[in-house]
Design a protein around this ligand. Structure first.
Ligand code: C2E
Ligand code: MG
Ligand code: MG
Length: 598
C-alpha cells in the first residue's frame, strides 16, 4: 500500500543519517550533476538528498550534512544506498511502501511523493515531512526531509485539549461520548454501563471556600474516583461537579457495585485549604444489554435522569434509569414551559393549613401551601412544579407571587379580627439569589401586614446547602420582626450543630418522626417518641418553639402534646384549604369548641 499523502498517521521512515561528511556544502559523487543543482539543494532549509535512479545517494545538501554531524555512526554516506540506509534504521511495511513509491516515481514519473512520517514506529517522537520530486528523465529524485515535530505536537496538543478536561486531565464530554460510542459498537455484545455522578451541594462549598479550593476539591474527587474504579472503567468529567464513569462489560448488578465503589470514594471527608469538607454524591445508572442499540448521548442522558431522581430522593443516593423517568422528564419540560405564564396569569392558588397551639388547642396560624390550578390538568400539588421552578430559575418569581398573596390574605384576616401568623415556604435557591429579605419586605409594605404575622420556612436540607448565607438572611429577617422556621427537621442528615445555631425561632418536626409515635409496634412507638422528645428538648434548649407536622390521628395529637411540642399541624386538625374557606372553618371550629371543649 502506498503511504497516504500528507497524513500524520502515515508510515514511519527514519531520516537516513550517515557518517560525517565534513563541511557544510553539498557533497557530490557523480560528476555529471550540474553545479547549479548543488546550489539549489544547499538553498533548501530542510535536509535533502539527490538520488540516482537506483537509489544511490548522489548529492546531499548543507542541512543534511549539518544534521549528520549530530548523529554519527549511521550507515548512510554519499555514494551509499538510500534504501539500504533507510531500512537499516527502520524496516516495516509502511517504510517499504514509501520506498516503493519513491522507486515508482523514479522509474515512471507522476505526481510528487509527499508524506508525513514519524521517525520511530508509533506516533511518539519526532516527525518528518518527506517530499520527493523527479528531477530528470534519468529518474533522479530530490528528496527533502522537513522536521515537522513542532507542528504535529501543536496539532496533537489542540486535539488533546479538545478531548480532555483541563482541570483533572480526565476525558471530557466529547471524548467520553467517543469512548462510549466505541464501546457500544464493540463486537462481543458485552453490556455497557454509564454512571452519572453529581457531587451534592458542591456549589455551596465552592461559594464558601472560593474557586481555587473548589478546583482542588474537584481534582481530589477525580483522583479518588480513578482510584476506586477498575482499570477497565473510564472516569471522565462533564464539567462543574459532574463526572461520568463508563463501566465496560457491566450489567445492572456490576453497575450497582461500581456505584457503591464510587460512593466509597466519598467516605472520607476531603481536606482542602486546611479545612475538612465532608461530601456526598448522587449517582444515576443507565445500562445497555450489549445488543448494540443505543447511542452514547442517550445513555448519558438516561443516567443523568436517574441521577436527577437520586438527587430528588434526598441525595447521597443511587438510582437506576427506568423509562418512567423519561416520562417524568418530559412532564418537567412542559411544566417549565407553562409555569412562567401560570405565575403571570394567576393560575397559582394558595391553600392554608391551620397550625394549632397544642396546650390551648387554639389555632394561631396557618402554613401557606401553593397549588397550580391548571386549566386542563386540574389542581396540581407543589411537588409537581416547585422542583421544576427551582431547576429553571422560576422559583424566586413564584415565591414573590406567594409572598404577595399570603401577605394580602393575612392582612385581610387581621382586619377581620383573625390575628393569624402565616408561614411561607421558600427554596434554597432563593437564599442563593440573595433577594429574599427584599422580597419579604416588599410583600409586607404592599399589604400593610405586620412583620410579626409572617413566618419564613426553609427545610433543614435547604438550610444545610448554604448555612452561612441562610443564617445571615435569617438574622436580617428576625431583626425586622419576621419569624424564621426550620421545616422537616429530622428528615435529612444535616449537621446538628449547624441547624441549631441558626437564627430561627421555630423547629418543625418532620412527619416521618411524628407518624411513629402512635405506631402499633411498641418498639417503633417508643423510639419515635424518644426522637420527638429529644428534638423538642433540643428546640427548647435553643430557645425555639417546636411544631409537630403531619398529625393524622387523635392519638398522635395527644402524644406530641404530651411530649412537649408547642404546636401541631396535620390532616387530623385540618387539611390545607383555600383562603376564603378559612374564616368559615375557624368560625365553625370555635362554635364546636364552645360546645365540646378540646
Ligand atoms: P411542607 O412545607 O412540609 O408542607 C407540609 C406538607 O405536608 C404539605 O404538602 C401538606 O399538605 C402535607 N401535610 C400536612 N399535614 C399532613 C398530614 O397529616 N399527613 C400527610 N401525609 N401530609 C400532610 P404539600 O402541600 O403537598 O406541600 C409539599 C411541600 O411543598 C411542602 O412541604 C413544601 O416543602 C413545598 N411547598 C409548598 N408550598 C410551597 C411554596 O409556596 N414554595 C416552596 N418553595 N415550596 C412549597
Ligand atoms: Mg413547610
Ligand atoms: Mg414540612
Amino acid at each position: 500500500m502506498f503511504p497516504s499523502l500528507c497524513c500524520v498517521s502515515s508510515p514511519a521512515v527514519h531520516l537516513p543519517d550517515g557518517p560525517r561528511l565534513g563541511g557544510h556544502r553539498s557533497q557530490r559523487v557523480v560528476p555529471d550533476v550540474a553545479p547549479a543543482v548543488g546550489a539549489v539543494l544547499d538553498a533548501l532549509p530542510a535536509p535533502a538528498v539527490l538520488l540516482d535512479a537506483d537509489g544511490t545517494i548522489v548529492l546531499v545538501n548543507a542541512a543534511w550534512t549539518e544534521q549528520l554531524r549530530h548523529r554519527p555512526g549511521l550507515p548512510v554516506s554519499v555514494g551509499g544506498d538510500y534504501t539500504e540506509a533507510v531500512l537499516a534504521v527502520r524496516d516495516d511495511p509502511d517504510v517499504r511502501d514509501l520506498l516503493a513509491a519513491l522507486g515508482e516515481l523514479s522509474s515512471r514519473g507522476g505526481p510528487m511523493v509527499s508524506v508525513d512520517v514519524p521517525l520511530a514506529p508509533g506516533q511518539a517522537g519526532r516527525w518528518v515531512h518527506v517530499q520527493a520530486t523527479r528531477v530528470d528523465d534519468a529518474g533522479r529524485l530530490v528528496v527533502t526531509h522537513t522536521d515537522i515535530t513542532a507542528r504535529v505536537e501543536a496539532v496533537r496538543g489542540a486535539a488533546r485539549a479538545s478531548r480532555y478536561d483541563d482541570l483533572t486531565e480526565l476525558p471530557n464530554r466529547v471524548h467520553l461520548q467517543e469512548l462510549i460510542d466505541d464501546e457500544l459498537a464493540a463486537p462481543g455484545g458485552l453490556p455497557v454501563a454509564v454512571l452519572f455522578l453529581d457531587v451534592d451541594g458542591f456549589k455551596a462549598v465552592n461559594d464558601s471556600l472560593g474557586h481555587d479550593a473548589g478546583d482542588e476539591l474537584i481534582r481530589e474527587v477525580a483522583l479518588r474516583l480513578a482510584a476506586h474504579t477498575r482499570t477497565e472503567d473510564t472516569v471522565g468529567r462533564l464539567g462543574g461537579d459532574e463526572f461520568v464513569v463508563l463501566g465496560r462489560g457491566c450489567d445492572e448488578a456490576d453497575a450497582a457495585a461500581l456505584a457503591l465503589r464510587c460512593q466509597g470514594a466519598f467516605a472520607e471527608p476531603f481536606a482542602v485549604d486546611g479545612q475538612t469538607v465532608p461530601l456526598t454524591v448522587s449517582i444515576g445508572i443507565a445500562v445497555t444489554d450489549g445488543s448494540g442499540d443505543g447511542r452514547a448521548g442517550d445513555l448519558v442522558r438516561d443516567a443523568d435522569l436517574a441521577m436527577y431522581a437520586a438527587k430528588s430522593a434526598g441525595r447521597n443516593a443511587v438510582r437506576l434509569f427506568s423509562p418512567e423517568l423519561r416520562v417524568a422528564a418530559q412532564r418537567r419540560l412542559w411544566v417549565a414551559g407553562e409555569l412562567r405564564e401560570a405565575i403571570a396569569t394567576d393560575q397559582l392558588v394558595v391553600h392554608y393549613q391551620p397550625l394549632m397551639h397544642l396546650r390551648t388547642r387554639a389555632v394561631t396560624g396557618v402554613e401557606a401551601l401553593v397549588r397550580w390550578q391548571h386549566p386542563t390538568r386540574g389542581l396540581l400539588p407543589p411537588g409537581d412544579f416547585v422542583p421544576v421552578a427551582e431547576a429553571n430559575g422560576l422559583v424566586d418569581e413564584l415565591t414573590r407571587w406567594v409572598l404577595g398573596t399570603v401577605a394580602r390574605d393575612a392582612a385581610a384576616w387581621d382586619a377581620m379580627g383573625l390575628p393569624l401568623t402565616a408561614a411561607v415556604n421558600i427554596s434554597a435557591t432563593h437564599i442563593g439569589s440573595g433577594t429574599l429579605v427584599a422580597d419579604v419586605t416588599a410583600a409586607l409594605t404592599a399589604s400593610g401586614l405586620r412583620p410579626e404575622r409572617l413566618v419564613v420556612e426553609l427545610t433543614e436540607t435547604s438550610v444545610a446547602e448554604d448555612p452561612e448565607r441562610a443564617a445571615a438572611q435569617f438574622a436580617e429577617l428576625r431583626v425586622s420582626g419576621i419569624e424564621v422556621s426550620i421545616d422537616d427537621f429530622g428528615s435529612g442528615f444535616s449537621c446538628l450543630g449547624q441547624i441549631v445555631s441558626m437564627p430561627a425561632g421555630i423547629l418543625k418536626i418532620d412527619r416521618s418522626l411524628v407518624a411513629g409515635v402512635a405506631a402499633a409496634d411498641h418498639k417503633e412507638a417508643s423510639q419515635s417518641a424518644a426522637a420527638v422528645e429529644t428534638v423538642v428538648g433540643l428546640a427548647r434548649a435553643c430557645g425555639m418553639r417546636s411544631v409537630a407536622e403531619g398529625i393524622e390521628t387523635e392519638a398522635q395529637l395527644a402524644l406530641v402534646a404530651a411530649l412537649g411540642c408547642t404546636y401541631g399541624q396535620g390532616f387530623h386538625i385540618a387539611r390545607p384549604m383555600p383562603a376564603e374557606d378559612l374564616p368559615r372553618w375557624l368560625g365553625s371550629r370555635s362554635r364546636r369548641r364552645a360546645v365540646v371543649p378540646g
